[in-house]
Design a protein around this ligand. Sequence first.
Ligand SMILES: Cc1cc2nc3c(=O)[nH]c(=O)nc-3n(C[C@H](O)[C@H](O)[C@H](O)COP(=O)(O)O)c2cc1C
Length: 164
Amino acid sequence: MMPVDRDAFRQAMGLFPGAVTLITTGRGEGRRGITATAVCSVTDTPPTLLACVNRKTGTCAEILKSGHFSVQLLGADQTEIALTFAGAKGQAGAEKFDSALWSECSLGLPRVDGALASLSCVVENTMQSGSHQVFFGRIEGIHAGAGEALIYAQSRFRRLEAVA
Ligand SMILES: Cc1cc2nc3c(=O)[nH]c(=O)nc-3n(C[C@H](O)[C@H](O)[C@H](O)COP(=O)(O)O)c2cc1C
């Protein structure tokens, strides 16, 4: 069989709509965060999710060090925050946090104001897969609101539309 081309994989995966989240970790000047769609529910027994984080990021290093991270589902009006945490606005490291208002989750991790849901996790398990680190997070705290999620598909931020 022919090996699968990286661009073909990226193009196919780009068709999969993803809910846009922030993955944040650390405290004070040690705060780090990225925009991420590679987040998935694993099991409710015990409540667990997984998140795939590029090993080159400061976020990955800080999660490996602290063993904690928070996943926040962004609202449809939070594209600016999504761009900032994707590194598209030129801010890096703890600077990214200057662009929004924050409170602390039950584990003391940064939680962005206006997120639809925030899940505070303790790393239960982790493994390396290629360029990324997969973190299995046992959920220790949940903060849920209401509203419309921000979606990313086919290289664009989008809103959901009901069809039935
Ligand atoms: C819509 C979107 C989804 C992303 N999903 C992920 C992801 O799931 N995991 C990941 O490691 N990076 C993901 N990224 C890329 C990171 O956000 C980006 O590499 C990171 O913010 C770079 O941070 P730095 O500039 O501080 O190194 C995504 C970017 C965008 C725009």
